[in-house]
Design a protein around this ligand. Sequence first.
Ligand code: F3S
Length: 399
Amino acid sequence: MYLSPDEKSFLAGSSGAAVMKAMHILTTLGNIYGAERMIPVNSVQISGVSYANLGEAGLSWLAEMAKGGGRAKVFTTLNPAGMDVENYQALGIPEDFAVNQRRVLDAFRAMDVVTTCSCTPYLFGNLPRFGEHIAWAESSAVCYANSVIGARTNREGGPSALAAALTGLTPAYGYHLEENRSPDLHVQVDTQVSENDDFGALGKVIGDRIQAASIRSVPYITGIKEASLENLKSFCASIATYGGTALFHMPGITPEAGQFTPPAEKLCVTQIDIKKVKASLTNAASEEVDFVSLGCPHLSLREIQRIAQLVEGKQVTKEFWITTSRPVKGMADRMGYTKIIEAAGVKFATDTCCVVAPIEGRFKALATDSAKACYYAQAKNHFKTRLLAFDDVIREAVE
Ligand code: F3S
């Protein structure tokens, strides 16, 4: 691949050991995927932040990059960590895990990476514009950035996202190229979807069919008349989890859809499909639920406001976590929502989520509105699940 004189000098070590390693990662990736050149990026989001996933090997690599002079050249934020940095004791996270998680965050901080840990960075300032090249790693955020915002990103791994942060570069392949952004599958939705759990179920219906066909697809989805930001983040999380989808188009809703006509290959989604998927993600009875969680992906302020409305003056009877970013929690504090929610016994799990926190085996059954959370609760944490509408999840804990 072509490298500019500056890029060649980075690779030769002129800017230190960390940048040299970062350029090595990026050029290796570029050569594998046939990139012709590097392109500058203005925003990075790094995954692989939980110590539970990184372990000592990942942590020592980060420490080595920090020691080698690595500093983020562009605005870079982090995916959720394994714990709420300020409130981990209340969530039952052991002290030895907290010590190691802090070492991870210290290594990122030393590299000028903003240690706000969230999968919805677009809700608090890491918000790319339409057409902008970025390097993001969290699958739900990648799908949201490509599809809903119209930014351009591949799904980076933790190391390649950090490499992009330290160089401000990414290889030009995949979704950075216009020719790879055209839809190749028409999905006609013949039923109404309105709640987060509906959109999550729809993401699984489409994702499962894409996986079954073993194709890397860009769906063009018709039949959706309205979708809120919250619906779309739920949909993105689900279709990315079940289908590996990083980009879709939805006429009237996503910004690039108008450039395309529906592809010939078509699949239809009916109410029966949605019901079947919801049933498949609900293998726990209400009496079995001992853990309730909202915030996969991380909650918006509007969702926290709704929780405050529904729990005000009540008490929850089950362990109930709500997961969000620290800046959104700050707005909830200022608006008085936090006080109402915590008075009801609901716990904020800020900076983290019920998938990356080390809670395997701690609960029997999870109630949530997130199809993605159901997947990981079953596969990773071995919980049973109940997929419910947002308000019904809250009722599950207070009634
Ligand atoms: Fe975000 Fe954790 Fe869900 S990273 S999308 S809340 S699994």
